[in-house]
Ligand binder design. Structure first.
Ligand code: NDP
Length: 458
């Protein structure tokens, strides 16, 4: 086979795989270069194994509720090794499905590390092969960003959390974002004494305030300790423990320390600067609306561009790239309405503007309800669910939907559809409620709970 391709994709994660598959379907000669496993962060050490672990952790809540429904489950026991082994089996199955999905349309999979040597050329580091391509797509994702503090090598990241030999007796998680909330849920649910340390005032910066307050209250109700406005200054090994020095002068031992302090684009060592590709903040590849870099033959999609570090966004960008370059259909991805879910306990689902941001855009009405999820009503469990609908004044266009509680992610996926169609409150209300569900609250709100006029809450 000659070493000349229509498309060389670097990175077989969500964005790269989609782009390669669709481009090959359009008749392009495509190879995808991957130095690790096919599937990328989401499949191998992100969304998929994370969600499986979240499911595992939620049995804690189900066992607690069981007696209220008449079930006697005795003293439940949990085996970490079984969970890890079953998770690994499922990930291997998914990886095989990804490989098959690439091979079916004829994508060549090259197991190597690539360096870009020019606008149309790549060198493979292991084999030493030189490859040429009309188009190069960089889809190398991102990696955990670890604060540069003494003893940082003693800490883990989400990468390692999926493969721990055993659960630690306690864990400190630094950060107040997605990964912190989700892993605090996982570890606390699996019986690990869990502490979060966050440098800010409240977790999930940028989210609607009621979600932030509710998430922290829910995590704390689950036994998670949250320390605010504090940094980790250093780690040191003390016997089996890691002793953490905090910025408030406290030193405390933990069984493990995990950094969940953001993720940086994977661009170092790729030869991009030498090839003339412009990089932005944190090494992210700068791209236009068609994912084209400053070098016309080189494109980039997914986390490596730092537009939105979310799998479905990477997939959409990868597909749009293929349509644009090989399908004859120039397609720009609309990043303006991206729903988000945090698979914590309580679960968070959000789409559109937060109350704070909406109120700065004009007059709005806010509908809020809080209630005990029906599943808890036979027990003493006092967790509450929160649903919020934000519309333009007078029941106009729905600007934001924010949900905290069971099923939030599933409900928000559906709420995102009418929002993308610019639906109004009246459009929502035309849908007849499903009863008894939590989601019906979104179509049965009568009067606003409060309004903002001229930016003032009334
Ligand atoms: P996030 O950006 O969500 O959160 C990072 C957190 O770390 C923030 O609270 C931030 O504080 C804090 N932080 C950053 N730098 C430092 C530092 N030097 N010292 C102390 N604290 C610091 O990143 P995550 O790592 O949680 O996740 C990475 C990305 O992956 C997410 O942004 C998300 O896009 C994606 N993801 C999505 C998931 C989902 O869709 N369910 C699940 C997991 C990840 P501050 O708020 O002050 O900036």
């Amino acid at each position: 086979m000659s070493d000349s391709y229509d498309l060389l994709v670097i990175g077989a994660g969500s964005g790269g795989v989609r782009a390669a598959r669709i481009s090959a379907g359009y008749g392009a000669r495509v190879a995808i270069i991957e130095e690790y496993r096919v599937g990328g962060t989401c499949v191998i050490r992100g969304c998929v194994p994370k969600k499986l672990f979240v499911y595992a952790s939620r049995y804690k809540d189900l066992f607690e509720l069981a007696p209220s429904f008449g079930w006697n489950v005795g003293t439940p026991g949990f085996d970490w090794a079984t969970l890890v082994a079953n998770k690994d089996k499922e990930i291997a199955r998914l990886e095989a499905a990804y490989v098959a999905g690439l091979e079916r349309p004829g994508v060549e999979i090259i197991r190597d590390r690539a360096v870009v040597t020019g606008p149309n050329s790549i060198r493979l580091l292991k084999s030493g092969r030189e490859l040429a391509a009309k188009t190069i797509l960089v889809a190398t994702g991102a990696r955990p960003r670890i604060p540069d503090i003494p003893g940082k090598e003693l800490g883990i990241t989400s990468n390692e959390a999926f493969h721990l030999d055993r659960l630690p007796r306690s864990i400190l998680i630094e950060g107040g974002g997605f990964i912190s909330a989700e892993f605090a849920t996982i570890f606390s649910g699996l019986g690990v004494a869990t502490t979060i340390v966050y440098r800010g005032e409240r977790m999930l910066r940028g989210f609607d305030e009621d979600l932030r307050v509710g998430l922290e209250a829910g995590l704390e109700a689950r036994g998670v300790t949250i320390i605010h406005q504090t940094d980790v200054l250093g780690l040191r090994q003390t016997g089996k423990d890691i002793t953490v020095s905090f910025s408030d002068g406290v030193d405390a031992p933990f069984g493990a320390v995990m950094f969940a302090t953001g993720r940086s684009p994977n661009t170092s060592g790729l030869g991009l600067e030498a090839a003339g590709v412009a990089l932005g903040e944190d090494g992210a590849i700068a791209v236009d609306e068609y994912s084209r870099t400053s070098v016309p033959s080189i494109y980039a999609v997914g986390d490596v561009t730092n537009r939105a570090q979310l799998t479905p966004v990477a997939i959409r960008e990868g597909h749009a790239f293929a349509d644009t370059v090989f399908g004859g259909m120039p397609t720009a991805v609309d990043h303006s309405l991206i729903g988000e879910a945090v698979f914590a306990e309580p679960e968070v689902g959000t789409v559109g503007l937060s109350e704070h941001d909406a109120a700065t855009h004009g007059d709005i009405d806010v509908y809020v309800t809080r209630f005990r999820p029906m599943m808890n009503t036979l027990s003493l469990k006092s967790d509450r669910m929160m649903m919020k609908l934000i519309t333009r004044a007078g029941g106009g266009e729905v600007l934001g939907v924010h949900i905290l509680g069971p099923g939030a992610s599933e409900i928000i996926q559906m709420a995102a559809i009418p929002m993308a169609m610019k639906a109004s409150k009246a459009d929502f209300d035309r849908a007849i409620a499903m009863h008894p569900t939590a989601a019906e609250e979104l179509v049965t709100f009568k009067k606003p709970s409060y309004v903002y006029r001229g930016g003032v809450k009334q």
